[in-house]
Design a protein around this ligand. Structure first.
Ligand code: G3P
Length: 219
């Protein structure tokens, strides 16, 4: 399973890359709006920092505008994936781009049938949103489970990228459901490392060891 960081913050990405567990980054207009500075140079820096796919979302609205912007985004770096929101008018654009071997991540997927349509077009990633379903009191995890079954039934190649992950349970359930990728906010990764029982355990090992009064493990 691949783990992506869901952020456009260079400092946070720099902080987590050395752990060796980050396989890519996803950004979106809302995440970019939190950053200050030149957007193109932020995105180029992120692409250089990460040894894996970096999703960058189009902000144009017309199909022709989306097509042109997708080409521009994909030319930024080799590891760029163009993120395009799901919409009927963009399907011909997505179809054309995939035929041109441009890697696409279709975002804002909220149903199995939406996912089926874009799987048929051969996109690299499909991004079902979990948390936003939960926001309206529907269990978002069901969608991930359904997509995994669809992929197994028909042998689609598109990777299921679990997005809008808000808590450790979402992440754990995505792992168990068999999502190909989970994109997670850095704050969540921080929680995984700061598990209270792991921290307590480290402290206990340390204090017990100190009681022995030894400095080295082997004399
Ligand atoms: O990558 C997009 C997605 O993860 C957004 O999450 O928390 O804004 O629903 P959220």
């Amino acid at each position: 399973m691949k783990l992506f960081l869901d952020t456009a913050n260079k400092e946070l990405i720099k902080q987590w890359i050395p752990t060796g567990v980050i396989d890519g980054v996803t950004t979106n207009p809302s995440l970019l709006a939190l950053e200050s500075g030149n957007i193109k140079s932020i995105l180029l820096d992120i692409c250089n920092m990460v040894n894996g796919d970096v999703s960058i979302e189009v902000v144009e609205k017309t199909p022709e505008g989306v097509y042109q912007q997708a080409k521009e985004i994909s030319s930024l770096a080799k590891n760029v994936v163009v993120k395009i929101p799901f919409a009927q008018e963009y399907l011909p654009v997505i179809s054309k781009l995939t035929k041109e071997n441009i890697k696409i991540n279709v975002t804002l997927i909220f149903s199995l049938t939406q996912a089926l349509l874009v799987s048929k077009l051969g996109v690299k990633y499909i991004s079902p949103f979990i948390g936003r379903w939960d926001d309206i009191d529907v269990n978002g995890m069901n969608l991930i489970e359904d997509l995994v079954i669809m992929k197994q039934n028909y042998g689609f190649k598109s990777e299921i990228l679990a997005a809008s992950i808000r808590n450790v349970i979402h992440l754990q359930d995505s792992i168990l459901a068999g999502a190909d990728v989970a994109t997670i906010p850095p704050t969540l990764l921080d929680k995984v490392f700061k598990h209270p029982l792991t921290l307590q355990g480290i402290e206990k090992f340390d204090s017990d060891w100190k009681k022995l009064g030894k400095i080295k493990l082997f004399d």
